[in-house]
Design a binder for this molecule. Structure first.
Ligand SMILES: [Zn+2]
Length: 394
């Protein structure tokens, strides 16, 4: 056995989407290795059914490599292994030291110092808010998995692994969920002008990973159907979602949301574009939830109504655990929209208000759009009062 030093400390590449990518260059007696999130992710892990699983694993590896570089961790080379198969290894101690580092860092960190470091582009050991949905303790497990599968962990040991991961889980607090920033009216206009596919992305209200993984979109007459990729915590296949034209539900020839959006190209929806307009990957989803709440609130929609609950959960894809049936309560919805009083209709994108109104509309209700005040209303109208224009279809 021999401990070897990491030479050339570390290199970073600035990425458009998240922080820096750390690369460790290791040289030892004529051999050289480069460890990065690309080389340390096991090929088997790349077959995860969701792209985001694979991405978050890369994120764990990258965070650890940043720590390894900063602390200048020495690596271990097992000389009993034939030279051709030798690989510099990390040790369990180093993984636990990283977990400890995260615990300590979290404890002395404030929200303020956190957002400062994002702005200045300092090396990050934590993901950006848009990627921190999972609890921090997953980091340790994800890393140990990757190192083990890649043969970059010295002497894998089931007992050590179990004890260490459990300790890290107990020590690392579950990440407090930070809310993604809402997209206001003017930012939404600019965003959708720069990338028209954002309209469909925002109208669906799905996670960006789900949207980008949509396998098929079919356009029918006055309808668009989106196949749904497999979802987090959802065991079965989800029925495709169809959005239908609702122009005839509007007053004064207003076009419905479907007729005001192009068929999206899912790969054009990316973090970089959202970031340019002050949004994160989760912002459109959050904004739609708030639009639901605000439009529904203004129209006295009963949020306890089973149909309303199902409609919202189906659209936003909040399912009962392990199934493709919409959740029963509005727990997630309430969490997403808890600050709705700070976002009255006139601040929100009109397009999203229309999407919300179309979904919450009941029976004979019509949608009135007040462009001047940037608001929509759901009104029960007397057909005759509107004149012959509306008596045809109902
Ligand atoms: Zn329409």
């Amino acid at each position: 056995m021999s401990w070897i030093d990491v030479l050339g400390t570390y290199a970073t590449r600035k990425r458009a989407t998240r922080g820096h990518q750390h690369v460790l260059y290791i040289k030892h007696k004529g051999s050289a290795w480069a460890y990065s999130e690309d080389t340390l992710q096991a090929p088997l892990h790349q077959f995860a059914h969701r792209v985001s699983t694979s991405n978050s694993r890369r994120c764990h590896i990258n965070a650890f490599l940043g720590f390894a570089a900063q602390q200048n961790l020495p690596l271990l080379l097992d000389l009993q292994v034939p030279p051709r198969m030798r690989k510099p290894c990390f040790s369990y101690d180093q993984v636990w030291a990283w977990a400890e580092h995260m615990v300590l860092r979290k404890k002395c960190k404030t929200e303020q110092s956190d957002s400062d470091s994002y702005g200045k582009g300092k090396a990050l050991f934590f993901p950006r808010p848009q990627e921190s949905h999972a609890s921090q303790s997953n980091y340790v497990q994800g890393l140990v998995d990757a190192l083990t599968l890649k043969g970059a962990l010295y002497s894998p040991n089931r007992e050590l692994r179990k004890v260490g991961i459990l300790a890290a889980k107990l020590a690392l607090p579950a990440e407090t969920q930070r809310q993604a920033p809402l997209i206001d009216r003017s930012a939404f206009l600019k965003l959708t002008r720069a990338c028209p596919s954002m309209l469909a992305f925002a109208a669906l209200g799905w996670r960006i990973s789900a949207f980008r993984a949509i396998p098929m979109i079919s356009q029918e007459q006055q309808a668009m159907t989106f196949s749904v990729p497999t979802q987090k915590s959802c065991g079965s296949n989800i029925e495709p979602l169809t959005i239908r034209c609702q122009c005839e539900r509007y007053h004064a020839g207003e076009r419905c949301s479907l007729c005001s959006m192009p068929v999206p190209r899912v790969d054009t929806v990316d973090y970089g574009t959202l970031k340019r307009f002050g949004a994160t990957g989760h912002s459109p989803r959050r904004s739609l939830a708030v639009a639901f709440r605000v439009v529904g609130g203004d129209a006295n929609v009963d949020f306890d109504d089973e149909h309303v609950v199902t409609t919202i959960n189906r659209r936003m894809m909040w399912f009962r655990k392990g199934t493709a049936r919409p959740a029963k309560g509005l727990k997630m919805f309430n969490r997403y929209s808890q600050d709705h009083t700070a976002h009255p209709q006139h601040k929100l994108p009109l397009f999203l208000l229309k999407v919300a109104a179309e979904l919450l509309r009941k029976g004979a209700q019509r949608i009135f759009v007040d462009k001047h005040n940037n608001s929509v209303q759901l009104l029960n109208v007397n057909k005759r009062a509107l004149g012959p224009r509306f008596t045809g279809r109902q």
